[in-house]
Design a protein around this ligand. Structure first.
Ligand code: CP
Length: 308
């Protein structure tokens, strides 16, 4: 029985503000558990959690697996490459067979937007979206927001710039929904062909001027430039992107030395962000990864109605 108003976490667009606040509040408590010598609590003992990843992942999958283990749940992983999908088994048969094994919660990553919602047609487990195409990546946004809250204490009126390929980014969409619900001022900045039309209707500002955005922002969430989009007319070249929108030490030192830098990973060093910035004093990138475990513990605990 969920301890918040939702049974599934599909995205932040339809997650009430109160639930987002409860997830963050609980995540900070679990963050303390991660600092203990024994980083484990019995809250989800006897629950079965499955990670069902149809796309590659380092952070999200490992972080969910670790979060479930820290809560004493049993964790099973599905790997597309070694599954019977390769023998022609359908998505429906795959998930129904998996569910017959009495799974309580499924974390799914899939290239198809809405795949997490589709899963509810076949199983009655709690479903968590680990990234569905260009749509949403809610736990990434929650860990980004937690990291900002840790640094700035409050999200209200915080100026957050989201930089890069907004059009194809599930991270951008989830951050926009979450941050605006909590009262942040959000600006998206990137090449005009990578900013969705009418995105202002989501309550964000649009800019194509990186210098002005660096001057304006308290924090920048720098998105990964997807290399597969380079050189096919969407982004002409790595060098051009870097010169127009790359976040470098000289840029931040010139316009806003105190700016905080986030990146969801994986990073293209020397493209959207220089190594000096990614590894430098303004970066909270590795802290985001640690907070990711705490946020995912919180989401699992609240959706599965964990005990003490
Ligand atoms: N940020 C993120 O989703 O990383 P992975 O693709 O490695 O999970």
């Amino acid at each position: 029985m969920s301890l918040i108003s939702i049974k599934h976490l599909f995205g932040l667009q339809n997650t009430p503000k109160n639930d987002i606040e409860k997830i963050l509040q609980t995540a900070f408590k679990f963050r303390e558990v991660l600092d203990r010598p024994i980083k484990k609590v019995p809250s989800l003992k006897g629950k079965n959690v499955l990670s069902l990843f149809f796309e590659n992942s380092t952070r999200t999958k490992m972080s969910f697996d670790l979060a479930a283990k820290r809560l004493s749940a049993d964790v099973t992983s599905f790997s597309k490459g070694t599954s019977s999908l390769n023998k022609g088994e359908s998505f429906k048969d795959t998930v129904q067979n998996i569910h017959s094994m009495k799974i309580d919660c499924i974390i799914i990553r899939h290239s198809s937007p809405g795949s997490c919602i589709n899963l509810t047609n076949y199983v009655d487990a709690s479903i968590i979206n680990g990234g569905d195409g260009f749509h949403e990546h809610p736990t990434q946004a929650l860990l980004d927001i937690m990291s900002l809250k840790e640094k700035f204490k409050s999200i209200k009126n915080l100026k957050v710039g989201i930089i890069g390929d907004i059009l194809h980014s599930r991270v951008a969409r989830s951050n926009i929904y979450g941050l605006t619900k909590l009262g942040a001022k959000v600006r998206v900045c990137g090449p005009s062909n990578l900013i969705p039309a009418r995105i202002e209707s989501l309550g964000v500002e649009v800019s194509h001027d990186i210098k002005d955005t660096v001057k304006w922002a308290d924090a920048l969430n720098v998105l990964r430039i997807q290399r597969e989009r380079m050189g096919i007319g969407i982004i002409p070249s790595t060098r051009e992107y870097r010169s127009l929108f790359g976040i470098t030490s000289s840029l931040i030192n010139k316009y806003n030395k105190d700016i905080t830098i986030l990146h969801p990973g994986p990073i293209n060093r020397g493209v959207e962000v220089s190594s000096c910035v990614a590894d430098g004093p303004n970066s909270i990138i590795l802290n985001q990864v640690l907070n990711g475990v705490a946020v995912r513990m919180s989401v699992l605990y609240l959706l599965l109605g964990g005990g003490e």
